[in-house]
Design a protein. Structure first.
Length: 95
């Protein structure tokens, strides 16, 4: 069983290795940026933050997403409460 696994891993290595070599050479020439030429205000700031520091962009995104989720969830809960849908009670009113 070990011989078969060893053989399969060598075959996989031989098949995958040549495909990765050309990509390794050209990966240093790839630059990923956000096009912020036509953006204004908050969207321009967000795109420029992405262009300047991917780490700061990622940290701010990770912090903003839960806050926006809580705000949208509270708004949905408020609107459902106004329409008569009570999500706080688990009592079934069928019948």
């Amino acid at each position: 069983m070990r011989k078969i696994l060893k053989l399969l891993s060598r075959i996989a290595l031989l098949l995958l290795l040549p495909a990765g070599l050309p990509a390794a050479e050209s990966a240093t020439s790839i630059v990923i940026v956000a096009d912020s030429r036509k953006l204004t205000g908050l969207l321009a700031w967000w795109a420029n933050l992405y262009n300047q520091s991917h780490l700061q962009f990622a940290l701010l995104t990770v912090c903003v997403i839960p806050v926006v989720g809580v705000i949208l969830g509270a708004m949905a809960d408020f609107l459902m409460g106004k329409t008569g849908i009570d999500l706080k009670s688990r009592v079934l009113r069928e019948g």
